[in-house]
Design a protein around this ligand. Structure first.
Ligand code: SAH
Ligand code: F3S
Length: 440
């Protein structure tokens, strides 16, 4: 009898990759994927714990999934929120059968089978050796692939729950990563995104992140290498040189800054000042011309004054980010920042968030408007949400919508940017200097 698994994924790209691993673990036991919860024998919700609103969304969603629970159907909560709450989730949510943290997915088949017999369970043990090395990830994207190269985090940013939900930092062996990337390339994948919480601190005991970039970039068939997220202080000269030297490494860095105020950065436990961050940006831009730069920013961190917030706004303008993910500080249980005085009132933080979003948009719009008329290589990823267009991406990570047939998905094209909404672009295929509108 075929069993069906339905999985919903929240949060970061590593969760997407972890969901693919879970499908691999279950696939070996004969499970097939369904996108219909009503048809599922097993429902999994892969969760994020980074901010309270991410958790609230999941709680709401679990209430909805309860409707699909027939006898014998198992509902599991997995991922960072599962790790954070553990047994508490079982106690508080009677419709949840399983709670499994990021290191426990290998035991899924057994735990699911027990749960079917009525044994609810929480498995939140950390396994510092776990890389799911032998598990064949079930990926649906044929164009690009997320490859986790490092799990856990040894930094202790005072706002962040991740070290508590993902455990100690450890890197996969370079040889294992290369084997996996080689297999992906043979299957036709040409873009690889290397994942880790502080991915540029990758070290397998023998090889550092520079070695990894060079080796992945040398795999035959790999045309684009991306990575996320690096930590500002881990860009050694070796890493920067590898980025500049390896043709496949894309001209884009997502470099979380969190704040533009050195005082706030210190309270956040970040290991750099505003000046240090700006110096890293200068080094990266000097080594990699036309680098796309994006970031993460938190507003309303305890003690953030109006002047500190002003420093963040001025940093956004000074760096000229191409985009930024902006968040209102969310206090997380067990993190260092809970002990900090001078909480910022919610209304003040909300106001700052709105102003920051406007600043980020303004900076991005100017940068993007200046690119209209230029030509870029794009990789066509998928049909765009808007009807007859395709979504493609430049090496600098700009999204370009192009008219064309779905048979172009997976191919590389030269397109001329013809317009921008301020954040995304429209483009036209360019053939020897002329534009071609191809009808699909
Ligand atoms: N090392 C990871 C960080 C994971 S969390 C990475 O660099 O991708 C992703 C982002 O969420 C962080 O960069 C931070 O901007 C934001 N974040 C983390 N904890 C938060 C909190 N308590 N409140 C608000 N935003 C937070
Ligand atoms: Fe979180 Fe800082 Fe690590 S943001 S994931 S503790 S680098």
């Amino acid at each position: 009898m075929t069993r069906r698994v339905y999985i919903e994924t929240y949060g970061c790209q590593m969760n997407v990759a972890d969901s693919e691993l879970m499908l691999g673990v279950l696939g070996r036991e004969g499970y097939v994927v369904t996108d219909d919860p009503a048809a599922a024998d097993l429902m999994l919700v892969n969760t994020c714990a980074v901010r309270d609103n991410a958790e609230q969304r999941v709680i709401g969603r679990m209430g909805e999934l309860k409707r699909y629970k027939r006898p014998g159907v198992v509902l599991g909560v997995v991922g960072c929120m599962a790790q954070r709450l553990g047994r508490r989730l079982l106690d508080e949510a009677p419709h949840v059968d399983l709670v499994i943290g990021p290191d426990g997915y290998r035991a899924l088949p057994e735990l699911v089978s027990n749960a079917r017999d009525g044994a609810r369970a929480a498995d939140t043990a950390f396994k510092s050796w776990e890389h799911y090395e032998d598990v064949p990830a079930v990926r649906t994207d044929r164009v690009g692939a997320f490859v986790t190269v490092q799990r856990g985090c040894d930094y202790r940013c005072t706002f962040c729950i991740v070290p508590m939900t993902r455990g100690r930092e450890r890197s996969r062996r370079l040889g294992d990563v290369i084997t996996e990337v080689g297999t992906l390339a043979e299957q036709g994948v040409t873009e690889v995104t290397l994942l880790g919480q502080t991915v540029n601190s990758y070290h397998d005991g023998e090889h550092d992140f520079a070695d990894l970039l060079r080796s992945v970039g040398a795999v035959s068939g790999v045309r684009r290498v991306r990575f996320t997220s690096p930590y500002p202080t881990e860009f050694t000269d070796r890493v920067v040189a590898a980025m500049a030297d390896v043709p496949a490494v894309c001209e884009h860095v997502h470099l979380p800054v969190q704040s533009g105020s050195s005082r706030v950065l210190k309270r956040m436990g970040r290991r750099y000042s505003r000046e240090d961050y700006l110096a890293v940006v200068d080094r990266l831009r000097a080594a990699v011309p036309n680098l796309g730069l994006t970031t993460d920013i938190i507003v309303g961190f305890p003690g953030e004054s109006e002047a500190d917030f002003g420093a963040t706004e001025s940093l956004v303008r000074e760096v000229g980010f191409d985009d930024a993910y902006t968040f209102k500080y969310s206090p997380r249980e067990g993190t260092g920042a809970l002990r900090l005085p001078e909480a910022v009132p919610d209304a003040v933080a909300g106001g700052r968030l709105e102003r920051l979003i406007a600043t980020v948009r303004d900076v991005a719009r100017r940068r993007n408007a200046a690119l209209v008329g230029t030509t870029h290589e794009v990789l066509v990823e998928k049909p765009a949400r808007r009807g007859d267009l395709l979504q493609s991406r430049t090496r600098t990570n700009k999204v370009v919508l192009v008219p064309g047939p779905t048979s172009w998905i997976g191919s590389y094209l030269q397109v001329r940017l013809t317009g921008t909404t301020g954040s995304t672009f429209t483009g036209m295929l360019e053939v020897s200097g002329k534009e071609l509108a191809v009808v699909g």
